[in-house]
Design a protein around this ligand. Structure first.
Ligand code: ZN
Length: 143
C-alpha cells in the first residue's frame, strides 16, 4: 500500500442550496476555494438521486435513477486532482420512506432538498488521478 501524508488546513461547514445539484454545488465550492485535497461529508435530504454502479467486467458505470424524496444518511467523498482541476469522488447512502437504503457512486442529477456539509481541506502533495489499466478506472497515481 502507498500513501501520502497530509495536514488539515481548514474545515468548512455550510449549507447546500435548495434544488441545487448536489455534486455540481460541491464541485463549484471546492473549485472556488481552490481546495486541491480533502474530505467531504454531507447529511440532509434529496428530491431525486442519480448514482452509478461500476460494472467490473464491462468496465463502465451504469446509471441508477431514483425519482423520489429520500434522506441522505451519509455522503462521504474525497477531493483530489483530475485533468488539472479539483475533482470530487463521493458515495452516497440514502433512505426512503420505509427506511430502506439505496446508494452508489454520486453522479450529477441529484437534486438537493436540504443539505449540511463539512469539507476538510487537506494540504500536502497533490493526489492526481490517472487511468488505471487493471480496473479501467481513473485512480490516484501513487507511483
Ligand atoms: Zn465511486
Amino acid at each position: 500500500m502507498k500513501a501520502i501524508v497530509v495536514k488539515e488546513k481548514a474545515v468548512y461547514m455550510g449549507r447546500l442550496p435548495y434544488e441545487g445539484d448536489l455534486l455540481e454545488e460541491l464541485t463549484k465550492f471546492v473549485v472556488d476555494k481552490g481546495i486541491r485535497g480533502g474530505q467531504i461529508q454531507v447529511i440532509g435530504a434529496v428530491k431525486k438521486t442519480v448514482v452509478g454502479f461500476y460494472d467490473q467486467e464491462k468496465r463502465q458505470y451504469f446509471t441508477i435513477k431514483i425519482d423520489k424524496p429520500m434522506e441522505i444518511l451519509s455522503l462521504i467523498g474525497n477531493i483530489s486532482i483530475k485533468d488539472g482541476s479539483p475533482f470530487i469522488h463521493a458515495h452516497i447512502t440514502l433512505a426512503d420512506e420505509n427506511g430502506k437504503s439505496w446508494g452508489g457512486h454520486l453522479m450529477a442529477g441529484t437534486v438537493v432538498f436540504a443539505g449540511e456539509f463539512i469539507i476538510r481541506e487537506l494540504e500536502g502533495d497533490d493526489l492526481v488521478r490517472a487511468y488505471d489499466e487493471e480496473t479501467g478506472l481513473t485512480l490516484w497515481d501513487m507511483k
